[in-house]
Design a protein around this ligand. Sequence first.
Ligand code: 5RP
Length: 220
Amino acid sequence: MNLNEFKKKAAWAALDYISPGTIIGIGTGSTVFYFIEALSTIKHLISGVVSSSISSTNLLKNNGINNILHLNDFNSLEVYIDSADEINNNMQMIKGGGAALTKEKIIAAIAKKFICIIDETKKVNILGSFPLPIEILPIALSFILNEIIKLGGKPKVRKNVITEHGNIIIDIYNLNIYDPIAIEKKISLLPGVVTVGLFALRGADIILMGTKDNVKIIEK
Ligand code: 5RP
């Protein structure tokens, strides 16, 4: 099983969802790497992109996509293409493995359509085997570690990672996320939390899942 091949298939299939003249939200990660390669083949057809991270911005430039627009200039986008660390049957996701969750969540919030491109290993029944990332203000570390333990999670500070916003990432292990919306709300309300990597209130609209045989399309 070559997961990169599955990711690539899903990423190229996302081209079918790009309308000429639109501005595309771009996620972050190894699956999005393939999408950026695919997008470069139709770059003359799109009006621009909004990037979710410095690494994606660099990849876009390396692929000749230079019309990179500022997130703050938009409150609506036609489509957002990104991957996930896990996604359940209700299209709710864990994201943030690449530490880009804050911009990713803002782009997801303004996108009319979130298309999630994954290899088949990302599809799960219950979220939480992948540790849940949260971005927090450094000053809140001690408080938040304690609150997460009270919730039954095992928090670990991600080593050697400072986000683009100068914050730190905690990965939460051992959470069985039976009610993703409740957990998203609960953790988001803790003072000092910037972003929770649970995308449950705003999940995906379409999943493109690369498998050995084909790309499965799952719609809400
Ligand atoms: C980055 C993300 C990514 O979408 C997620 O980590 C999946 O990455 P990959 O495509 O490399 O498996 O949320 O913050």
